[in-house]
Design a protein around this ligand. Structure first.
Ligand code: NAD
Ligand code: UDP
Length: 312
């Protein structure tokens, strides 16, 4: 049994990690300031003796003992991370410094949930880990992109300078149950709009692409990365390499929900990446990991979840 901290553990991905780790017999301390996370996401875990929930903002230091840290604290949807961009950068940068300091003091292993956004609007396709990216440092997405890039820098400096055991995962678009219905990300937006019969809001012409990974697959990848040998620092891309245009996604969701919603086009947000698909050769070779849940199946499970939310 390991003692494991999950920052951002009451959020979408974090709550699935907490659930998996508790199921695997570990002791979990979920640390969250509830900016986008919710107690209800971890409600089934609250009565487990091995689970503890702490309200804490990672921009402040934390003194607890642990064996491993999954550092997920950070709003992930453009709507939420642009709501208070200064706090977003602080969460990524000060949060990383505080959690790296904790890992250094306790000699814990620490995993950073980085993002495909470090590649910006990529000039290399599909994205490989050796690509340095194409990020606008002063645009509206920069608080998130540059915050995450700086966090990666800090992780590798703690690795070189303090011999910390680090893992850096570059997560590509992930979806599934417990996404917030109003968080503005494309999968949750389209499903909620389709279920309510509201217009499906495509930004731009919908020709931009993303590659969508079901949350259970992602969690398996993150845990495999944490459990890999210490020479596997990453960065490692984790995502599903099946690429779709946003228009194709909208049509798929309309068909799946048998919705009467019509598609409407809205302006494309500034710096919206044109295309995104992970090259997952490193994850396959080093972790023996590849996603297993096809988009149709993952979307069906997510639709079931949102049907219950919309009905409640
Ligand atoms: P989420 O918004 O559901 O989860 C983030 C969690 O962090 C929330 O519970 C929030 O309350 C918490 N949080 C935010 N600021 C905090 C702070 N200062 N102190 C403590 N807790 C704080 O988003 P998610 O999709 O679950 O993303 C989790 C992580 O994965 C993030 O770091 C995100 O950057 C990364 N990621 C996600 C995706 C994706 O597609 N979902 C893609 C790439 C990277
Ligand atoms: N998008 C869209 N309609 C929406 C929400 C998003 O067309 O209601 C587009 C958005 O412009 C982007 C893609 O879907 O091109 C993915 O957006 P999301 O916010 O989910 O993630 P990210 O841009 O961070 O990959």
């Amino acid at each position: 049994m390991k003692r494991i901290i999950v920052t951002g553990g009451a959020g979408f991905i974090g709550s699935h990690i907490c659930e998996r780790l508790i199921g695997d017999g570990h002791e979990v301390l979920c640390v969250d300031n509830f900016f986008t996370g919710r107690r209800v996401n971890v409600a089934p875990l609250l009565d487990k003796p091995t689970f503890e929930l702490m309200r804490h903002d990672v921009t402040f230091p934390l003194y607890v003992e642990t064996d491993e840290v999954y550092n997920l604290a950070c709003p992930a949807s453009p709507v939420h991370y642009q709501f208070d961009p200064v706090q977003t950068t602080k969460t990524s940068v000060h949060g990383a410094i505080n959690m790296l300091g904790l890992a250094k003091r306790t000699r814990a292993k620490i995993l950073q949930s980085s993002t495909s956004e470090v590649y910006g609007d990529p000039a290399v396709h599909p994205q490989v880990e050796t690509y340095w990216g194409n990020v606008n440092p002063i645009g509206p997405r920069a608080c998130y992109d540059e915050g995450k890039r700086c966090a990666e820098t800090l992780f590798f400096d703690y690795y070189r300078q303090h011999k910390l055991r680090i893992r850096v995962a570059r997560i590509f678009n992930t979806y599934g149950p417990r996404m917030l219905p109003n968080d503005g990300r494309v999968v949750s937006n389209f499903i909620v709009q389709a279920l309510k019969g509201d217009p499906i809001t495509i930004y731009g012409e919908g020709q931009q692409t993303r590659s969508f990974c079901y949350v259970d697959d992602l969690v398996s990848g993150l845990i495999k990365l944490m459990d890999a040998s210490d020479d596997v620092t990453g960065p490692v891309n984790l995502g599903n390499p099946v690429e779709s245009t946003i228009l194709e996604l909208a049509e798929k969701i309309i068909a799946l929900t048998k919705s009467k919603s019509k598609i409407v086009n809205k302006p494309l947000p500034q710096d919206d990446p044109t295309r995104r698909r992970p090259d997952i050769s490193v994850a396959k070779a080093k972790l023996g990991w590849a996603p297993t849940v096809p988009l149709d199946e993952g979307l069906a499970r997510t639709v079931d979840y949102f049907r219950r939310q919309v009905a409640a």
